[in-house]
Design a protein around this ligand. Sequence first.
Ligand code: FES
Length: 159
Amino acid sequence: MSEPTTNVTETTGSNQGQEAWEPRIIAIICNWCTYTGADLAGTSRMAYPPYVRVIKIPCTGRFDPLFMLKAFERGADGVLVSGCHPGDCHYTAGNYNARRKYTVFRDLLDMMGIDLERVWFSWISASEGGKWVETIKNFTEVIRAKGPFTEYREMIDVG
Ligand code: FES
């Protein structure tokens, strides 16, 4: 697995003495394509923001929308789901199933207070280390601009 770059966050002014907020991103990624692409980014020494925590699953077909809810409940500010390109799934149709599951649950997640702009899907192959890096950079910027996702945690009262 690749090593993300580390940034030292400085605290100044009113933030002094407090820990500065940084995005917390959970990436749920398939073993065969996106994980290998992320690994390629690391072995190619490509730098990307260090705010992503990877959960490797065998295939995005194993993805369950409850994983997202649990991630947000535990403090995630954004969730990325990524796997093989359509037609390239190693289990034939797992990525199609993941997309269908998300399509079905999307309205329910919205109704439950999940900000859907904090959820990204992408298809990244084993040879697309650069796409992994760009995706993480872009998603990190979106989440940074949106700020911490406290609304959901406040709503379900987990702090
Ligand atoms: Fe990668 Fe199915 S094996 S999405």
